[in-house]
Design a protein around this ligand. Sequence first.
Ligand code: FAD
Length: 560
Amino acid sequence: MFIPAIKGQGTEEQQHKWLPLAYKMAIIGCYAQTELGHGSNVQGLETTATFDPTTDEFIMHSPTVTSTKWWPGGLGKASTHALVYARLITDKKDHGIHAFIAPIRSLEDHTPLPNVTVGDIGVKFGNGGYNTMDNGFLRFDHVRIPRENMLMRLATVTKDGKYVRSNKPRQLGYGAMVFVRQGIVIDASIYLSRAVTIAVRYSAVRRQFGNKDEPGELQVIQYRTQQSRLFPLLATAYAYRAVGFWMKSLYADVMKRLNDNDFSTLPEVHACTAGLKSITTSVTADGIEECRKLCGGHGFLCASGLPELYAAYVPACTYEGDNTILLLQVARFLLKTLSQVSKVRPVGTAAYLGNIKQLSTQNCKVSQGHDWLNTSVLLEAFEARSARQAAAVALRLAKGSGSEAEFQENTPELVESARAHCQLILVSKFIEQLQTGTPEGIRKQLEVLCYTYAFSQLIDNAGDFLATGYVTGNQIALAKEELKHMFDKIRPNAVALVDAFDHTDDYLGSALGRYDGDVYTHLYKGAFKESLNDTVVVDGYEEYLKPVLTQNLWAPHSKL
Ligand SMILES: Cc1cc2nc3c(=O)[nH]c(=O)nc-3n(C[C@H](O)[C@H](O)[C@H](O)COP(=O)(O)OP(=O)(O)OC[C@H]3O[C@@H](n4cnc5c(N)ncnc54)[C@H](O)[C@@H]3O)c2cc1C
């Protein structure tokens, strides 16, 4: 985030100065926005940067405990510089939040610079997990930095202290944001595919119970309940991969438009990427945990690789924007788009809202199971559900007084409508991938995964689909049957479909997810690496266990 933020908010001259230093690691930068008292509400940040025209410097100051920068990754121990978000003050006037590059540690011996207090915030959730990251705290006590260290692409402070806002739109920084969020969505697909690889391979190895028709015990992957929890996650990992790649082209498109001073798609891109970050990280974190449960007791062992994977991944739901806050941003975009729909044609992922009338009146025509096996039919169902949910909450708000309190009252429905919009994007981009000249054999497999993904989304959100009136209970039941047919198609290829992710055993770090399936030998061998087994008789036996065993402490006559 240090580099993308400089690219988005620095002038060309500033980019020239800072980026080469950062690239060659002559400086190490972190992104210091969040404070102890304020995270999501950026406008509430308290750190100040007061301009002093007599020395041509900003005075960086942390006036309260709550203004302490808290969380920035890399700040705790490694960074030499911080990109600090602070309230810009010139001539006693507060101009709101701006970005500054503040040196915080000596480039000679790495000690904190005078009047800078900096350190690590402490141990975080989980065993290992995110603890390799030195998330830090930072306080300034009237620390002076040169005026040129304010990133001035969007606003400038002149030598004599005049504040000049550029006429360039604030959204110029969005390119950097799309870049970061695209990385987050690709990461979601990678993390989920790691968990799914472990759970699918183990489910093929693990046997429990049997039936009288077949000898021996059954592989747990044969059980419908196991399939119905596992295969949708496998399909989801593929869906996120498709969407992550699409976001790469979206980023290229945004950058081209920004260069051409075309800002028309930015609100839509902002909403779409915020929503996709939110949905994919939430589903991936929950999906990793579900894979752990799918591996039964052994999934709870660190040797499964899943507890650490979860601990390392779950903060993605919070960093780069709390997932609920991001969905509320999407909802605000949907409301605005609907309010202007008669005048401004929606673009990109919101284009379907241009057909709101048709989507609100025509209902689903599926009458037999195989009617669902049509990507246009599925797409229309997701479009209609999303458009109707958004329209319903927009109508309710329009009937009210327009107060913030009413908006707050409707936030659960707003979040649901944002989620519906994002699920539509995910389904539609997966469908688009099928149509991009993929070789036939691969396309067939992807098609099965795509239907699996879409049907499972339809069924998991059946309540919403039914409430909009677009589908009937019977149509949902037909989709459920089709989903089971998809499971039958996935089952023979499930292991090959996770092998295709091409994760090495080293990378998975899981005795359960081994490529050779030799799970039990490695679990057993692994136990001998446990440090408790370095001694045959446990340390402390003499002091604690032996007295208990020999002194009859728990006998009935004991006063204890
Ligand atoms: C591992 C990790 C790494 C991080 N790295 C960095 C970093 O490098 N740099 C940096 O600056 N920050 C970093 N952060 C901070 C992170 O960006 C913030 O924690 C995040 O934006 C959430 O803000 P918050 O903590 O203020 O949550 P809060 O906003 O306090 O959220 C608390 C709860 O309140 C809810 N809530 C808040 N406001 C509303 C509202 N208006 N409507 C409805 N619900 C609401 C939220 O949904 C949430 O459930 C990191 C955090 C983590 C966990």
